[in-house]
Write a protein that binds this ligand. Structure first.
Ligand code: ADE
Length: 250
């Protein structure tokens, strides 16, 4: 997986991604990222990439030409025309499913705006996906791009040490992760659930699945609509619903 981040603040992106697991994966060569400075593509003698909005209003708008030239030059260099993900609060809200879909691509371009946004014509010409990281407004697209790159990279084979862990964590089968415990067995009187000490793999698996279902039911019931449950698990969920109804009427 190769990421290209089009930005006016390249250091912000490279510094942020060069740490931790993502930095190590890049050093290993499993993924690569390059921050491309949109400012390098301006023809304006003072290096400006923005101008006042037509029609008036506050703030400045990033011009179409440096943005499009930056993308075209990138395409020439790499010999393909990858998807361009524009970071915007107006986009589809990013989630694990979108991450899984994007992880299949070989190259991804992230377009980060600043100021009051980017001239609409550049967006019309090059953007394939509008994506948001949530219903709040940030000062630029760099943090959203880093959030998405982190999330997508975990799904790229070879990035995490253990191939299974990306699968088992939160949102696998659309369920939240079960609780985890490590030594000691007793901490301030709080004990590790007995089943986890039993060494009985089937029981442990079933206990964890039930914990995941219970947690999702209590904390994020909206996820359950698309959860993947077997027959016994569906019965368990029905039982949780009944218990809740009874609790509410008592
Ligand atoms: N740019 C500004 N706010 C954003 C958000 N919430 N998601 C993606 N890009 C943004």
């Amino acid at each position: 997986m190769n990421y290209y981040v089009m930005t006016l603040f390249p250091e912000m992106v490279t510094d942020g991604l060069n740490t931790s697991i993502i930095g190590r994966a890049a050093a290993k060569g499993v993924i690569s990222f390059e921050a491309v400075n949109i400012r390098d593509y301006t023809k304006e003698k003072h290096g400006h990439v923005d101008d006042a909005p037509y029609g008036g209003g506050a703030g400045m708008v990033m011009q179409a030409e440096p943005v499009c030239d930056c993308y075209e030059d990138l395409c020439r260099r790499i010999g393909s025309r990858p998807r361009v993900l524009y970071m915007t609060p107006q986009g589809r809200v990013f989630n694990q499913k979108i991450a899984q879909e994007l992880a299949k691509e070989e190259n991804l371009v992230f377009l980060c705006g600043h100021y009051e946004g980017i001239d609409e014509r550049a967006l019309e010409l090059i953007v394939t996906d509008n994506l948001s990281i949530g219903d709040y407004v940030l000062t630029g697209g760099e943090l959203p791009a880093m959030v998405m790159i982190d999330c997508i990279s975990r799904l790229v084979p070879g990035v995490l040490n253990n191939d299974m862990s990306a699968e088992e964590e939160s949102f696998h089968d659309n369920l939240l992760e079960y609780p985890q415990y490590t030594r000691p067995e007793d901490y301030r009187g709080l004990k590790v659930p007995e089943v986890l000490l039993s060494g009985h793999h089937k029981n442990i698996y079933e206990w964890r699945r039930r914990q995941s279902i219970r947690r999702t039911f209590e904390r994020r019931p909206d996820l359950l609509e698309e959860a993947v449950l077997d027959k016994k698990e569906k019965q368990f969920l029905e039982q949780l619903k009944k218990e809740k109804e009874q609790g509410e009427t008592e």
